[in-house]
Design a protein around this ligand. Sequence first.
Ligand SMILES: Nc1nc2c(ncn2[C@@H]2O[C@H](COP(=O)(O)OP(=O)(O)O)[C@@H](O)[C@H]2O)c(=O)[nH]1
Ligand SMILES: [Mg+2]
Length: 200
Amino acid sequence: MEDHLSIIFLGKAGAGKSSSGNTILGREVFESKLSFRPVTSLISVESGTVFGRQVSVIDTPDILRSEQQVQTFCQYVLQDSRPVLFLLVIRVGRFTVEDHRAVDAASRVIGPHRLEKCYLLFTGGDELKMSLDNYILQNKTSSLPDVVKRFSWRIHLFNNKDGGQEQVRKLLENTGNSAGKISVTFRVSVKLAADQPQFT
Ligand SMILES: Nc1nc2c(ncn2[C@@H]2O[C@H](COP(=O)(O)OP(=O)(O)O)[C@@H](O)[C@H]2O)c(=O)[nH]1
Ligand SMILES: [Mg+2]
């Protein structure tokens, strides 16, 4: 049986955390809207099966307003031995000083050791008119290229408008969190058994 995976979304308000949680679970469980006040003020957890793997998605409020609360919660989650994937969410567009502060706050919460496995999840893929790599490289006047380098280019792009599941499958694959060979082997062996001629 595959380990249960926890995915924790971090980022500033409006980055697309709740929408990305909905895309991963394939249903609208987290409230998401465009607003000047952060919609999510509490940490919320929703679970489901994603490509054969039990996944809990943890949606968090604006990291710039609730770093301490989020940090305490993450430490609690990390006490468990289950695998945890941190996704630092950034909306494509102008990368501002505030966006940079949100990356720094999320990095403090995650800690230097776990940061080595954290991915930057960009949202707004439907609005991007170029590849994600080009978008980052062309953002020369901002600190975005440096931030991405700091994450060794562990990046992924979501289009939450269409919420397609292929981007979710790729995210799990790229981050090394696909359902493992054990369950695949199990399915194959069941099929082989079913295909065997029946001797009575
Ligand atoms: N066009 C587009 N809009 C998005 C995308 N992801 C999120 N949004 C919108 O951005 C706004 C903020 O998203 P939300 O998930 O609530 O951000 P949160 O505050 O980080 O949870 C909402 O109006 C979403 O519909 C995306 O991939 N494409
Ligand atoms: Mg939200």
